[in-house]
Write a new protein. Sequence first.
Length: 305
Amino acid sequence: MSDRLVRGIDRDAGLRVVVATTTDLVRDAALRHGAEGLGACALGRALTSSLLLATLTKGGERVTVQLQCDGPAGGISVDANDAGDVRGYLFHPDRAKLPCLGRGRVVDVMGRHGVINVLRDLGLKERYQGQIALTTGEVDEDVEGYLRLSEQVPSALGCDVVIEEGSIVASAGLLVQALPAKVARSETLPTGEEALREAQHALRSGRLWELLLRGEFSPRSLCDGVYGRAVELLDERPLRFFCHCSRERVVDSLTLLTTVDLDEMIADDGKAEVTCNFCNRRYEVVADELEQIRATVARGPRECN
């Protein structure tokens, strides 16, 4: 089954429920960046958490999640949008290859000190940005802490990656979050608070990881197995690892250099090599192209009449 995200609502409890299965895209990301063991697990949790965050509005949202930490991994950066596209990377995947035993404690590669920064771009002039200190170093728990402390929305969020014999077997995440007051039924809020606490306990106790380990991979079965209450499904969408980098963008970025910089590239290497951090794709721009770029830069910006 391909990666999917399902959104639903528990009207009685006044909660929204979002479930994402992300096995294929986490495998793709880990392979691109050479992430293994706990490093792959941490990257998978960050990719899945970001996709859960990017689907909370009506449309057109893009979310950037950056975790900076004092552990061997150094940090993680992820971009996700509500269409289901995500890309991301570990700062130091080569230093974060500790074996993932059982469910795994990614704090061993992330560390306990650092910050999580979230930028929400809603397609408007204003962008929302928030930052908090890391709470546990487990990535998904840190994203949950961000929602509670910075956005001040009661939430339960958990993501798990199952790794067996060094291979990624499954990956998924679940978010349960209080609806705005105008949507929630006020008389059932105590029920909603109880359901939220139960969901958080289920996620922390490893219920999601156990279901994945047993081969439960569909969003619906994971929702039933972890949340365990009646949920009205609203929509479903595919998910994928996708990077927006391109050769054209690389060439455009080189026009920002000075003629001196370009002359040095041409003289020293006869080419330019640019690697995208997010997808690890390498682009090569040969000497003839660099000469054309230099000529464009030398002419200066075009004047507007």
